[in-house]
Design a protein around this ligand. Structure first.
Ligand code: BG6
Length: 520
């Protein structure tokens, strides 16, 4: 999370990718490492060892990875010179993840690099494999003695961390048998996004908002992660996961923690993670008979999207034709502590919604006494702060201003901070930030075992009740709409699911009406 990346701070590193021929490597990991190399943020002594079952030569793999970089690098299509400098760092090793010989060969390969470099190197083992391998690879790494060095070896694991609380506990136990917690980096790519990190800066580097960041001034909070895309080619995985496991258990819980956490004493990984996990511990448990009062699930049917008409979820490849899997979740949670008692946190996420938008909206309370005459304040609304994560990154503060003219008339207006306009620097991809942090051994933006488990613990009653009572109304929203009507019933009187707030000032009309206030 260090803002000034520089190579001289990084020791020699061998970056091992299990699943080196897979989609994540091609789409995310290599483009991120390539972009870091373009920013001169990789150590000089650096190697990538990609391991997978399929047969590839180094050249074949590099050719495939180059296509990924062409598509996903933030520098656009890669220039031959830049690629020719980067590609020799990549080596391929064919191997079976369930055979000790794969790990012995890996150990020898790492030792060979260290010998050639004349120095010890950090070894990062990245599990970019299907989750079924998450329990296997750490065991073999341990058995092969590759996890032993607490300072120099670490393991990176992607979500899903478990399928439920029990499997998460079991997986964490397997990891802990070979690695110490300080060596384990559980990635949630939302934490690498700039605005998500900026939330700490916004809240704790400015004295302005923290004094009002509590139940006295805040009426309710909404956290929306809306996607236009459907399940794409991931139907097989998604149909066994669903939106609660895929998005809420990790990304939305992380956002909740960052909004609701207490100020940290220092910028230390464990201190910040302690404060975050405290939020989950304070979250009001959901009793089985209260699940329907605080959660709504949905599944999209055929409908329209910006790209024309699209099939329903049950018609997607890899999805069962009578699938009960949810593609939309809305929840109402409470954080039972002095700061947040009785303030609802509404969370929602879904696929095939009308707009891609991830944002947090902090709705402030009304003024205690309305001193303006009623005719001055037609359309009056309490202040609202929107933290926009994507597609644009920034913050919007909506408040009341006097409309120009002789009469006293109040109108809502917006004050906007847009990352792109304010800083002459492109935002790195979340993976760049996170991979660099792994190399630096900075765990601030990674999930600790207890945090993952606390999130599962909170959501288990919902999963259990949903499993026991299959939905009878699926599909219950058409692709291209804001989810099932039922999501409205979670809201207390006067509360709304706000529409996304644009960061760019709309051309017409002016800010006479605040964007994002209408319901549907
Ligand atoms: C992933 C989920 O973790 O996050 C996907 O598995 C989802 O289903 C994706 O589409 C969303 O990430 P982002 O960065 O595009 O908002």
């Amino acid at each position: 999370m260090n803002p000034t990346k520089s190579t001289d701070q990084l020791d020699p590193t061998v970056f091992v990718i299990f699943g080196g021929a897979g989609d994540l490597t091609w789409r995310k990991l290599i483009p991120a490492l390539f972009d870091l190399s373009q920013d001169r943020s990789l150590p000089e002594k650096f190697a990538i060892i990609a391991i997978d079952r399929v047969k590839f030569s180094d050249q074949q793999l590099r050719k495939r990875l180059r296509e990924g970089v062409n598509q996903f690098s933030r520098f656009g299509k890669v220039k031959a010179g830049a690629w020719n400098q980067f590609a020799p760092h990549i080596q391929y090793q064919q191997g079976d993840f369930k055979k000790l010989s794969t790990y012995s060969a890996l150990g020898a390969q790492c030792a060979g690099l260290e010998k050639a470099w004349g120095t010890k190197a950090h070894r990062i083992y990245y599990m970019a494999t299907p989750p079924s391998m998450f329990g296997e690879i750490p065991k073999f790494l341990g058995r092969a003695g590759l996890a032993r060095d607490r300072e120099w070896a670490r393991i990176v694991i992607e979500k899903p961390i478990g399928y439920d609380l029990d499997s998460a506990l079991a997986l964490n136990a397997i990891l802990a048998a070979s690695f110490e917690e300080s060596q384990i980096f559980r990635i949630d790519h939302y934490l690498g996004k700039e605005t998500v990190q900026n939330m700490l800066a916004f809240r704790f580097a400015n004295p302005l908002f923290e004094p009002i960041w509590n139940r006295r001034y805040i009426d309710y909070v909404t956290i929306t992660v809306a996607e236009v895309v459907g399940v794409e080619h991931r139907g097989g995985y998604y149909d066994h996961a669903g939106a609660l496991r895929d998005m809420v258990q990790n990304h939305l819980m992380q956002l909740l923690c960052l909004v609701a956490m207490e100020p940290m004493v220092s910028f230390d990984a464990d201190e910040i993670r302690n404060k975050k996990v405290d939020v989950l511990h304070a979250a009001r448990p959901i009793p089985a008979d209260g699940v329907h009062l605080c959660s709504v699930r949905g599944q999209y049917g055929p409908g329209g999207s910006g790209r024309g008409s699209v099939p329903g979820y049950r018609q997607e490849e890899g999805v069962a034709p009578d699938s009960p899997t949810e593609t939309f979740v809305a929840m109402k949670l409470f954080v039972d502590n002095w700061r947040w008692q009785d303030v609802p946190f509404y969370l929602r996420t879904g696929k095939r919604l009308p707009q891609q938008a991830s944002e947090i909206s902090i709705q402030f309370r009304a003024v205690p006494h309305q001193s303006f005459p009623p005719e001055a304040s037609l359309g009056w609304q309490p202040s609202r702060l929107v933290i926009s994560i994507q597609p644009d990154e920034g913050i919007v503060l909506g408040f009341q201003a006097k409309y120009p003219g002789p009469k006293m008339q109040l109108r809502p207006v917006n004050m906007r901070f847009n990352y792109r306009e304010s800083f002459d620097a492109p935002s790195p991809d979340a993976y760049e930030t996170l991979l660099w942090d792994v190399m630096k051994r900075d765990a601030t933006l990674f999930m600790r075992a207890d945090q993952v488990e606390a999130a599962w613990r909170l959501l288990m009653p919902v999963l259990n009740v949903w499993k026991a009572t299959p939905p009878s109304d699926f599909p219950n929203y058409a692709a291209g709409t804001w989810g099932p009507e039922d999501a409205e019933r979670l809201l207390a009187l006067g509360h709304i699911w706000p529409l996304p707030t644009p960061l760019v000032r709309p051309a017409q009309p002016t800010d006479a009406r605040p964007p994002g206030r209408r319901r549907r």
